[in-house]
Design a protein around this ligand. Structure first.
Ligand SMILES: Nc1ncnc2c1ncn2[C@@H]1O[C@H](COP(=O)(O)OP(=O)(O)OP(=O)(O)O)[C@@H](O)[C@H]1O
Ligand SMILES: [Mg+2]
Length: 237
């Protein structure tokens, strides 16, 4: 479904963040994208979503194809419309708007069927229904994470990319977030890419694992081949 070939990315024309990456996500799979700080995980997701120009980043080599069509040079809105949603790290939303307003704002470019999508989102995140009229800035970290994933679902993506969703969450909250990812995959057949540093729960639901290190793919293997010790060795190398 997603095919990244030989991709290199630079920031400010000089900082090489990715160096000849090959990466694939097959339809209906959950793909874990692991790697230590600065490995290039967020850069890869932003490159796919067309977000690099906002950070003076550019794809200096290689290509990205989604269902066989090139995404090169497309703006983020067009990429979103083609069925890709990225939940960036940092839980970005409109903190002074309510939960309901954020969910509706997320689908302003795709108004058709948005009330049915809102019902679907609320069925996955019942907590958001309780807080529909509450200001987003008053939510806890875990609740905010659910909101931003809910906002991505308002776009009805075929490929959902999550950048470090577990960051700063309690272990119970991490479990809840990954349970929802598993349900999205199981019930809706959604293809999901999750970038994380290391989460044992992610290894239980992933079909495929890529480990990045210093802008290169250091390992591509099934989750059964990955353990904490092997990851530590790669991260320290
Ligand atoms: N906007 C930017 N401008 C310049 N350099 C950047 C920018 N964003 C990232 N980089 C650099 O690109 C490299 C890859 O960063 P990236 O954020 O993709 O890593 P990451 O794997 O997501 O790390 P983390 O786990 O800390 O989120 C790093 O060396 C980083 O310093
Ligand atoms: Mg990152």
């Amino acid at each position: 479904m997603l095919k990244v070939s030989g991709m290199s990315v630079r920031y400010d024309s000089v900082i090489v963040a990715l160096n000849g990456i090959d990466f694939e996500a097959a339809e209906g799979r959950v793909v874990a994208l692991l790697g230590p700080n600065g490995a290039g995980k967020s850069t890869l997701l932003k490159a796919v979503a067309g977000m690099l120009p906002f950070e003076q980043g550019d794809i200096s080599d290689g290509r990205v194809a989604f269902n066989g069509a090139s995404l090169s040079g497309k703006p983020p809105a067009a990429i979103t419309r083609s069925g890709i949603a990225l939940v960036q790290d940092g839980r970005q939303c409109f903190r002074n708007l309510t939960v309901g307003e954020n969910l509706r704002a997320a689908s302003f470019r795709h108004p058709n069927g948005s009330s049915a999508r809102l019902d679907l989102v609320l069925s996955y995140f019942p907590i958001l229904e309780e807080f529909l009229d509450r200001q987003a800035g008053l939510l806890s970290g875990g609740q905010l994470q659910m909101l931003v994933i809910g906002m991505a679902l308002m776009l009805q993506p075929r490929l959902l990319m999550l950048d470090e969703p577990s960051l700063g969450l309690s272990p119970v909250m991490v479990q809840s977030v990954f349970e929802i990812v598993e349900r999205l995959h199981r019930d809706l057949g959604m293809t999901v890419i999750v970038a994380e540093q290391t989460v044992p729960r992610l290894m239980q639901i992933a079909d495929d694992v890529y480990v990045l290190s210093r802008g290169r793919v250091a390992l591509h293997a099934p989750p059964g081949d990955i353990n904490e010790e092997r990851l530590q060795r790669l991260y320290l190398s």
